[in-house]
Design a protein. Structure first.
Length: 167
Protein backbone atom coordinates (compact mmCIF):
# COMPACT_ATOMS: atom_id res chain seq x y z
CA UNK A 1 0.00 0.00 0.00
CA UNK A 2 1.21 3.52 -0.77
CA UNK A 3 0.94 6.45 1.64
CA UNK A 4 1.11 10.17 0.99
CA UNK A 5 3.27 12.50 3.06
CA UNK A 6 0.17 13.92 4.75
CA UNK A 7 -1.08 10.45 5.69
CA UNK A 8 2.32 9.55 7.13
CA UNK A 9 2.59 12.75 9.15
CA UNK A 10 -0.90 12.20 10.57
CA UNK A 11 -0.33 8.55 11.44
CA UNK A 12 3.16 9.05 12.92
CA UNK A 13 2.20 12.36 14.57
CA UNK A 14 5.15 14.24 13.15
CA UNK A 15 5.36 17.20 10.79
CA UNK A 16 5.39 16.97 7.00
CA UNK A 17 8.76 18.67 7.06
CA UNK A 18 10.19 15.82 9.13
CA UNK A 19 8.79 13.32 6.63
CA UNK A 20 10.43 15.21 3.73
CA UNK A 21 13.74 15.26 5.59
CA UNK A 22 13.50 11.50 6.11
CA UNK A 23 12.67 11.01 2.42
CA UNK A 24 16.11 12.39 1.51
CA UNK A 25 17.80 9.38 3.11
CA UNK A 26 19.42 7.06 0.57
CA UNK A 27 17.83 3.93 2.00
CA UNK A 28 14.35 5.33 1.21
CA UNK A 29 14.97 6.21 -2.45
CA UNK A 30 13.63 2.90 -3.78
CA UNK A 31 10.48 3.16 -1.64
CA UNK A 32 9.40 6.57 -2.98
CA UNK A 33 7.09 7.04 -5.96
CA UNK A 34 5.92 10.32 -7.45
CA UNK A 35 2.71 10.47 -9.44
CA UNK A 36 1.28 13.75 -10.74
CA UNK A 37 3.36 15.78 -8.32
CA UNK A 38 2.29 13.77 -5.26
CA UNK A 39 4.90 11.80 -3.31
CA UNK A 40 3.93 8.28 -2.25
CA UNK A 41 5.83 6.06 0.18
CA UNK A 42 5.55 2.26 0.26
CA UNK A 43 4.85 0.14 3.33
CA UNK A 44 8.56 -0.73 3.62
CA UNK A 45 9.43 2.98 3.44
CA UNK A 46 6.95 3.62 6.25
CA UNK A 47 8.66 0.97 8.37
CA UNK A 48 12.10 2.48 7.65
CA UNK A 49 10.86 5.91 8.70
CA UNK A 50 9.40 4.45 11.88
CA UNK A 51 12.71 2.70 12.60
CA UNK A 52 14.69 5.89 12.03
CA UNK A 53 12.36 7.77 14.38
CA UNK A 54 12.76 5.06 17.01
CA UNK A 55 16.51 5.12 16.48
CA UNK A 56 16.59 8.87 16.91
CA UNK A 57 14.64 8.58 20.16
CA UNK A 58 16.91 5.77 21.38
CA UNK A 59 20.03 7.73 20.49
CA UNK A 60 18.75 10.81 22.30
CA UNK A 61 17.87 8.59 25.29
CA UNK A 62 21.36 7.07 25.14
CA UNK A 63 22.90 10.53 25.01
CA UNK A 64 20.83 11.62 27.99
CA UNK A 65 21.71 8.43 29.85
CA UNK A 66 25.38 8.80 28.99
CA UNK A 67 25.52 12.38 30.22
CA UNK A 68 23.78 11.52 33.48
CA UNK A 69 26.06 8.57 34.29
CA UNK A 70 29.33 9.40 35.95
CA UNK A 71 31.25 6.13 35.54
CA UNK A 72 33.51 5.95 32.51
CA UNK A 73 34.09 2.20 32.63
CA UNK A 74 30.68 1.19 31.26
CA UNK A 75 30.85 -0.02 27.65
CA UNK A 76 27.83 -0.94 25.55
CA UNK A 77 28.44 -4.34 23.99
CA UNK A 78 24.85 -5.14 23.16
CA UNK A 79 24.45 -6.06 19.47
CA UNK A 80 21.19 -4.10 19.28
CA UNK A 81 22.94 -0.95 20.42
CA UNK A 82 25.69 -1.64 17.90
CA UNK A 83 23.13 -1.92 15.09
CA UNK A 84 21.44 1.28 16.24
CA UNK A 85 24.79 3.04 16.27
CA UNK A 86 25.66 1.78 12.79
CA UNK A 87 22.22 2.84 11.53
CA UNK A 88 22.72 6.22 13.13
CA UNK A 89 26.14 6.52 11.51
CA UNK A 90 24.59 5.72 8.11
CA UNK A 91 21.92 8.32 8.74
CA UNK A 92 24.58 10.90 9.59
CA UNK A 93 26.53 9.97 6.44
CA UNK A 94 23.40 10.59 4.38
CA UNK A 95 23.00 13.95 6.08
CA UNK A 96 26.63 14.82 5.30
CA UNK A 97 26.11 13.98 1.62
CA UNK A 98 23.08 16.27 1.51
CA UNK A 99 25.00 19.07 3.25
CA UNK A 100 27.93 18.65 0.82
CA UNK A 101 25.55 19.02 -2.13
CA UNK A 102 24.08 22.18 -0.61
CA UNK A 103 27.55 23.61 -0.02
CA UNK A 104 28.55 22.89 -3.64
CA UNK A 105 25.39 24.61 -4.89
CA UNK A 106 26.10 27.66 -2.72
CA UNK A 107 29.72 27.74 -3.93
CA UNK A 108 28.51 27.69 -7.55
CA UNK A 109 26.07 30.53 -6.87
CA UNK A 110 28.77 32.59 -5.14
CA UNK A 111 31.19 31.93 -8.02
CA UNK A 112 28.61 33.07 -10.58
CA UNK A 113 27.86 36.22 -8.60
CA UNK A 114 31.57 36.96 -8.29
CA UNK A 115 32.04 36.57 -12.06
CA UNK A 116 29.10 38.89 -12.75
CA UNK A 117 30.48 41.42 -10.28
CA UNK A 118 33.89 41.31 -11.99
CA UNK A 119 32.26 41.88 -15.38
CA UNK A 120 30.34 44.86 -14.04
CA UNK A 121 33.54 46.26 -12.54
CA UNK A 122 35.38 45.93 -15.88
CA UNK A 123 32.50 47.66 -17.66
CA UNK A 124 32.55 50.48 -15.10
CA UNK A 125 36.32 50.89 -15.48
CA UNK A 126 35.97 51.03 -19.28
CA UNK A 127 33.26 53.68 -18.99
CA UNK A 128 35.48 55.70 -16.67
CA UNK A 129 38.39 55.48 -19.14
CA UNK A 130 36.12 56.49 -22.02
CA UNK A 131 34.86 59.44 -19.98
CA UNK A 132 38.41 60.56 -19.27
CA UNK A 133 39.33 60.35 -22.97
CA UNK A 134 36.25 62.36 -23.90
CA UNK A 135 37.06 64.95 -21.26
CA UNK A 136 40.65 65.35 -22.50
CA UNK A 137 39.41 65.70 -26.11
CA UNK A 138 36.86 68.25 -24.97
CA UNK A 139 39.62 70.27 -23.26
CA UNK A 140 41.71 70.18 -26.46
CA UNK A 141 38.71 71.36 -28.49
CA UNK A 142 38.08 74.24 -26.11
CA UNK A 143 41.76 75.25 -26.23
CA UNK A 144 41.73 75.22 -30.04
CA UNK A 145 38.57 77.31 -30.24
CA UNK A 146 40.03 79.86 -27.78
CA UNK A 147 43.26 79.99 -29.75
CA UNK A 148 41.32 80.63 -32.96
CA UNK A 149 39.39 83.45 -31.27
CA UNK A 150 42.59 85.10 -30.05
CA UNK A 151 44.21 85.28 -33.51
CA UNK A 152 43.46 88.64 -35.11
CA UNK A 153 41.44 88.59 -38.26
CA UNK A 154 43.19 90.55 -40.95
CA UNK A 155 40.77 92.67 -42.90
CA UNK A 156 41.69 93.25 -46.50
CA UNK A 157 40.47 96.15 -48.39
CA UNK A 158 38.90 95.97 -51.81
CA UNK A 159 42.05 96.96 -53.61
CA UNK A 160 44.22 94.58 -51.57
CA UNK A 161 41.90 91.81 -52.39
CA UNK A 162 42.03 92.75 -55.99
CA UNK A 163 45.81 92.87 -56.15
CA UNK A 164 46.37 90.24 -53.43
CA UNK A 165 48.31 92.53 -51.16
CA UNK A 166 48.13 92.47 -47.41
CA UNK A 167 48.16 95.71 -45.39
Amino acid sequence: MLYTVTELSDSLKISKQTIYVKLKMKMLEEHITKKQGVTYISEEGLNLIKDSLKMKRVVSDLNNEYTTKTSDDEVATDSENFKLNSDYINYLKDQLIIKDKLIKEKDAIISNQLNESNLRLKDQQELTRNGQVLQSQNIKYIELTEKMREEPIVKKGFMSKLFNKVK
